[in-house]
Design a protein around this ligand. Structure first.
Ligand code: SF4
Ligand code: ZN
Ligand code: ZN
Length: 317
């Protein structure tokens, strides 16, 4: 079969981009990922000259790519890689090792924040106490806070994470299924409202398909984490991911359309929050923030289980 020429430069193409109708050679494809990212950063004023940028780096393909692009194109900014250690044996070790290696190759400072130190629980430990919640729900609540704490402690003005178009759409659908209309109106996938002490939370990849970021990372020859989290299938997110992928296969570009539709719900005036958690002092939309509520819930389940076990021990004596 004859290879189609690249729509941009005429060289042999290696990829057909269904949503735009373009044939792209490897070089033009890589350039297109740079272009989309830089246009997104510029359009939404994500990073300003001289600002300190904390980048969440899990060691996965997306976050490694984001660190690479920010280190390459934002030389006037101090970039710091932050890895969150959820405490998942057999999974997180590989990510930490890769994040560390990539950061040192890029000459970027690397710091690690662990759930155990911050919240006194690892994700492995909560398995016994998480009750009706999925690991991912609790992990997501802890991760947001861990990254906020890191950015604040590092004195960063910007917190960049590698959420891609697929991640963002899945989050929108989770909000829909939860009936969380407040968050639907206040969620801006480009620049999240800066609840955490004025830190701007940005997603430079929010207009890039997950599949294309995987191709980008592979073409660039990056090392990235291959082991998947053992708790991944617990949440509804993976079902939504499959559903959206099936839709996109049959209707190229529908993910972009959905993103634009969801973004039209966003209202600048609609702000959630405005108060501070009475336990930890962090910005919160209720008296108690989600993190404190979660820790309280886990503690209660833990003590309940401990007293049940004590009772059993007594009876077996
Ligand atoms: Fe955490 Fe879920 Fe991701 Fe595992 S898959 S790291 S539990 S959010
Ligand atoms: Zn080309
Ligand atoms: Zn709190």
């Amino acid at each position: 079969m004859q290879v189609k020429p690249c729509t941009k430069c005429g060289r042999p193409s290696f990829y057909y981009r269904p949503y735009s109708g373009e044939y792209l050679c490897k070089g033009c494809f890589v350039t297109s990922i740079y272009d989309i990212t830089l246009q997104t950063v510029r359009k939404y004023e994500m990073i300003k000259y001289g600002e300190k940028v904390a980048v969440g780096v899990s060691g996965g393909k997306d976050s490694v790519s984001l660190l690479y692009i920010l280190a390459k194109f934002f030389k006037s900014n101090e970039i710091i890689a932050v890895t969150v250690d959820e405490g998942i044996k057999g999974y997180r070790e590989e990510g930490i090792e890769i994040a560390s290696k990539v950061a040192s190759q890029l000459n970027v400072k690397h710091v690690i924040y662990s759930y155990k130190n911050l919240f006194n629980y690892t994700i492995d430990e909560i398995q016994e106490y998480k009750g009706k919640y999925s690991s991912c729900t609790i992990c997501g609540i802890f991760r947001r806070r861990a990254l906020d704490i890191a950015a604040k402690e590092l004195g960063a003005q910007v917190l960049a994470t590698a959420h891609n178009l697929d991640d963002i759409l899945q989050s929108y659908f989770i909000l829909l299924t939860n009936g969380d209309t407040e968050r639907l109106k206040s969620f801006n996938p480009a620049v999240e409202s800066s609840e955490a002490f004025g830190i701007r939370k940005v997603h430079p990849f929010f207009r890039i398909y997950e599949k294309e970021l995987a191709m980008f990372a592979m073409l660039k020859g990056f090392d990235f984490q291959t082991v998947t989290c053992p708790y991944m299938q617990q949440g509804i997110r993976s079902e939504i991911r499959d559903f959206l992928n099936r839709l996109e296969e049959r209707h190229a570009g529908i993910k972009y359309q959905l993103l634009d539709t969801f973004m039209s719900f966003y209202s600048k005036e609609f702000k959630v929050g405005g108060q501070y958690c009475k336990m930890c002092g962090w910005p919160s939309k209720n008296e108690l923030c989600q993190v404190c509520k979660t820790i309280d819930y886990l503690n209660k389940n833990k003590y309940k289980l401990m007293s049940e076990n004590n009772e059993l021990d007594k009876h077996s004596d």
